[in-house]
Design a protein around this ligand. Structure first.
Ligand code: GLY
Length: 345
């Protein structure tokens, strides 16, 4: 395939990023966006933490995450330059923390995994952790600094991508694959209905708190009595608290799950209890049987870029670059080999 025009089905962070990169290559782009703010990106906290999200043993996926992390600085800078919209790219890194001895054992496995993949991680004594983040609980048993981790604000990224694409975005719901070719299907969980590929929705509940700016400086990713939680602070005092992961399709916000997230969050950072709870939000991550994305050609004139599960924001730059290259030149980068959409038979 080698094209001068392309239709992208899906206006989430993946579809928009692909559309943007295709437009930069000179293609005439149309992005069909049925979702408004329904996509997983709207809940996403925006952690860019390559070893924090891949499961153990997911080597190919971890490689892709690491590669995409290296592309984020240019992606963010270019998008900001082109649109004048700041996307909240922040380089302060993650503090990975553990409340109990068992939590620390769990955390150490992740730190080892990071090291195996060449990612920096420096274990810190509790006193040193609290020097960096005084709001953390004095009860912490240990932690580490991951200086290579970054964060971005996904809502700002999508606003910038929408601005960059402007009238190329069409608001409508696509129920059948358009007859025109080439088509990129980047429709999240909706990819299943359009292509028959196995993409399922995985429920995630995320909270947004608002307090004094500066309560937290780092992203905090921690374990508290066996519960994992991440806390992503923004410059304006917002703190994103995430996230549940459930094999469910409903969008109910249950009291028990809000309680679990807040308990873990306040066990790690007691002052979060003083913050205003401004948002409880459920969105569904698009996941595949091996929880790695589907990336590449799938039939005549159809390319799929879907199923990014917990990693849609982090994987947006590498997905956009490689899928735009595939559409524009017909060349499939070797990095895509492990993610062929047809791999499940
Ligand atoms: N990437 C974080 C999450 O999916 O909860």
């Amino acid at each position: 395939m080698s094209a001068t025009r392309v239709v992208v089905v899906g206006g989430g962070i993946i579809g928009l990023s692909i559309g943007w990169r295709c437009a930069q290559r000179g293609l005439t782009v149309t992005v069909h966006d049925s979702a408004g703010d329904d996509g997983a990106w709207y809940a996403a906290a925006g952690m860019l933490a390559p070893a924090g999200e891949a499961g153990f043993g997911q080597e190919a996926l971890t490689g892709l995450l690491v590669e995409s992390a290296t592309r984020w600085p240019d992606f963010a800078a270019e998008l900001e330059r082109e649109t004048g919209i700041a996307v909240g790219y922040d380089t302060v890194g993650t503090l990975s923390v553990a409340l109990t001895a068992d939590d620390l054992a769990e955390a150490r496995r992740l730190w080892e995994y990071r090291r195996e993949h060449g990612l920096g991680v420096s274990p810190l004594l509790p006193s040193a952790i609290r020097e960096r983040e005084p709001a953390l609980s004095p009860r912490l048993r240990g932690g580490a600094h991951a200086p290579d981790d970054r964060q971005v604000d996904p809502r700002r990224v999508v606003a910038a991508l929408r601005a960059a694409l402007g009238p190329a975005i069409v608001r409508d719901r696509v129920t059948d694959l358009p007859a025109s070719r080439p088509v990129v299907v980047a429709a999240g969980s909706g990819t299943a209905a359009l292509t028959g590929l196995p993409v399922r929705p995985v429920k995630g509940l995320v909270l947004r708190l608002r307090g004094e700016p500066g309560l937290l400086r780092h992203v905090v990713s921690g374990w508290a009595d066996g519960r994992h939680v991440y806390l992503v602070p923004r410059a304006d005092g917002e703190v994103v608290v995430g996230a549940t992961q459930e094999e469910r399709v409903d969008a109910t916000v249950t009291a028990g799950q809000v309680l679990d997230l807040l308990r873990a969050a306040t066990d790690l950072v007691p002052d979060l209890g003083e913050c205003e709870l401004v948002e409880t939000l459920v969105r569904h991550r698009p996941a595949t049987p091996d929880n790695a994305p589907l990336l590449g050609a799938y039939g005549e004139g159809v390319v799929v870029a879907a199923g990014h599960h917990r990693n849609g924001v982090l994987l947006a730059p590498v997905t956009a670059d490689l899928i735009a290259e595939l559409v524009a030149t017909g060349k499939s980068a070797p990095l895509l080999d492990a993610f062929a959409p047809g791999r499940f038979g």
